[in-house]
Design a protein around this ligand. Structure first.
Ligand code: BES
Ligand code: ZN
Ligand code: ZN
Length: 495
């Protein structure tokens, strides 16, 4: 049988960024940042791309049309004659005293969408924060068009003007933003095209490109090795499950990091079937695995001196004559047994196998991320991930998330869940009848599969990984690519 494609059916479109020490002679648009000055005046910093009189002319032009300076507001005016550009686009950056990276990311993210019909753009806004500008422009300008046939897009090139010594920071930021983009592409791909086998092939092909070691276990191998959780969850689907392992060895004797990500390519709920409303959003139930794969590839591209191994269980949760039933007992990798009381609590069942496998490598740190519970959104809303685990790593990752603009909040494991985890017929059960603290119960379940002395964190990204609400800043609709930047940022601190 022919192998399903090793590439995705479609990728998102992003602006092409270039870094230069010299402004091009001509461009369609000059992008500038504007601050709120005293007495409602517009403050336009001089980045050296305009002459003195032209700078004044732009400032007066912006004032004349009532340009706003609050963060992310956009104003377009004709450029002064002989400036080498046709138009000036000003993006508000707010109070100059309060400028931070997140403001720059959000403002440049909004600007990127306002520039999606301009072929060539030049800017020096990056002198206010280079990495933040690169991330904002790429992530805010990202547009996933899937399999739409009309080709009505413009190839946009944005040239950032900076100093020679800043080129490394530019390249690093680009790699990190591209890791987020890769995650978004995977998550946005419908399940018709991204099912476990196809997904595994895409990851293996990508691994090859980046010098990452890849291993794929198919259903026969999973059966041989006793991955009962993955097989049970994937058993209802005609598309068989996989376990993918991706390994980047950056440096001997450096920290060993285990990463685990939920890879449910579609979650119908199984026999505990979900209601039909918005079920299509469950194409995103593999967002945790996509993020972890992208983190390994980013570590390789950045040549980070750490050792990272991702263990990614991929399965499609379907109801059928071969699906698991409520009341079934399954045996996980490593031997722990679970009573399955709700087949829609399937993420924890596949993560259990993967965490047990990852723990065998004795990692110094073990981090998992998953679109695990609706309860995450009940407790923290749709933009803030819940972080649970051992105290130190949990707090570090929650703080790192906040620092990079991927909101995350430390949450507790509860004593009362020890009792609720008990089953009359198995070691543990995957569900309780209490709706209270659902995110925390899921985390408590996962803890059973992590070795006692391992530093571990679990990040529930049910809400933050997939934006079904509105566009804001550099967060577009559908896949967001959370928490890739948090994890890459954390790995860089270990290196
Ligand atoms: N994939 C869902 C969680 C989810 C819900 C993610 C909404 C993103 C948006 C997960 O597998 C699930 O169905 N969880 C159940 C668990 C329950 C049965 C204990 C839930 O949260 O309702
Ligand atoms: Zn589910
Ligand atoms: Zn799920």
């Amino acid at each position: 049988m022919a192998r399903p494609d090793t590439d995705l059916p479609a990728r998102g479109i992003i602006p092409e960024l270039e870094f230069s020490t010299k402004a091009p002679a001509q461009a369609d648009v000059l992008l500038v940042g504007v601050f709120a000055g005293a007495e409602d005046e517009i403050e336009l910093p001089d980045h050296g791309l305009l002459g003195r009189s032209e700078l004044r002319e732009v400032c007066e032009g912006l004032a004349a049309v009532g340009a706003q300076t609050d963060p992310g507001s956009i104003t377009r005016i004709p450029a002064p004659a002989k400036s080498g550009v046709e138009a000036v686009v000003a993006v508000g950056l707010g109070d100059p005293e309060e400028l931070d990276d997140e403001t720059i990311r959000r403002a440049t993210g909004t600007a990127a969408r306002a520039l999606n019909k301009d072929k060539s753009v030049v800017t020096a806004i990056n002198t206010l924060g280079l990495a933040a500008t690169v991330e904002g422009l790429i992530l805010g300008g990202y547009d996933y068009r899937g399999l739409r046939s009309a080709d009505d897009t413009t190839d946009v090139t944005i040239t950032l003007i900076g100093e020679r010594g800043d080129k490394d920071e530019f390249v690093t930021a680009q790699i990190i933003a591209e890791a987020v983009v890769f995650t978004r592409d995977l998550v946005n791909t419908p399940s018709s095209h991204l099912y476990p086998e196809a997904y595994a092939n895409v990851l293996a092909a990508e691994a090859k490109r980046h010098g990452v070691k890849a291993e794929v276990l198919d259903d026969a191998a999973l059966n041989d090795q006793g991955f009962g959780g993955i097989l049970a969850v994937g058993g209802g689907s005609a598309r068989t499950p996989r376990l993918v392992r991706l390994q980047w060895s950056g440096k001997k004797k450096a920290p060993q990091v285990g990463l685990v990500g939920k890879g449910i390519t579609f979650d119908t709920g199984g026999i505990s079937l979900k209601p039909p409303a918005k079920m299509e959003n469950m194409i995103s139930d593999m967002g945790g695995s996509a993020a972890m794969a992208a983190v390994v590839f980013a570590a390789a591209r950045l040549k980070l001196p750490v050792n990272v191994t991702a263990t990614l269980p991929l399965a499609e949760n379907m109801p059928s004559g071969t699906a698991i039933r409520p009341g079934d007992v399954i045996t996980h990798y490593g031997g722990t047994t679970s009573e399955v009381l709700n087949t829609d609590a399937e993420g924890r069942l596949v993560l259990a196998d993967a965490l047990a496998r990852a723990s065998e490598d004795n990692p110094d740190y073990l981090v998992d991320t998953a679109t695990l519970t609706g309860a995450q959104m009940v407790s923290l809303g749709s933009r803030t991930a819940g972080v649970m685990g051992t105290d130190e790593l949990r707090d570090t990752l929650a703080e790192t998330g906040a620092a990079v603009g991927e909101n995350a909040w430390a949450m507790p494991l509860l004593e009362e869940h020890d009792e609720q985890l008990k089953s009359p017929v198995a070691d543990i059960r995957n569900h309780t009848n209490s709706r209270n603290g659902g995110m925390l119960f899921a985390a408590r379940y996962l803890r059973e599969f992590v070795a006692d002395d391992t530093e571990w964190a679990h990040i529930d990204i049910a809400g933050p990984s997939y934006n079904t609400e509105g566009v804001y800043g550099y967060t577009v609709k559908r896949a967001t690519g959370v928490p890739v930047r948090t994890l890459v940022s954390w790995l860089r601190t270990l290196a």
